[in-house]
Design a protein around this ligand. Structure first.
Ligand SMILES: *[C@@H]1O[C@H](CO)[C@@H](O)[C@H](O)[C@H]1NC(C)=O
Length: 122
């Protein structure tokens, strides 16, 4: 009986403390985490611009979340500056599966444009 109780408590603790990892829900990032996430976005944009594009610069990251999936998934609501110096607010996702070749997948979802999906190496 005691063992059953201990097991139950352990399971409850795992469930509560492990919630974001186990269920993989998105988590909004704090200000300092947004800074790191912005650096990740910047290095992705730099890689894409050096390759087949698109060419974007970051004007301002409005919000960001991260999620544990198969790999990790960063989602950004970000004001971007395109190659014509036009600003637009887009939803950008970076799916990091660093164990795959070209395992970083970047999706741009900008107003009045088709989604653009690009891959680059980790
Ligand atoms: C992808 O995830 C790996 C493992 O967590 C990490 O080492 C690497 O820096 C990440 N790459 C990018 C571009 O976020």
């Amino acid at each position: 009986m005691f063992v059953a109780k201990v097991l139950f408590v352990c399971a409850a603790v795992v469930l509560v403390s492990g919630y974001p990892q186990v269920f993989g829900g998105p988590r909004q990032l704090s200000e300092s985490e947004i800074e790191e996430a912005t650096n990740r976005l910047q290095s992705s944009l730099t890689k894409l611009a050096a390759g087949e594009g698109p060419t974007y610069r970051i004007s301002k990251v409005l919000s960001a979340s991260t999620q544990v999936v198969s790999g990790s998934l960063d989602k950004y609501n970000v004001e971007l500056i395109d190659s014509n110096d036009d600003k637009k607010v887009c939803n950008v996702e970076i799916w990091n599966r660093s164990w795959l070749p070209n395992g970083i997948e970047v999706t741009f979802d900008c107003p009045n444009e088709k989604k653009v999906i690009k891959n680059h190496s980790a």
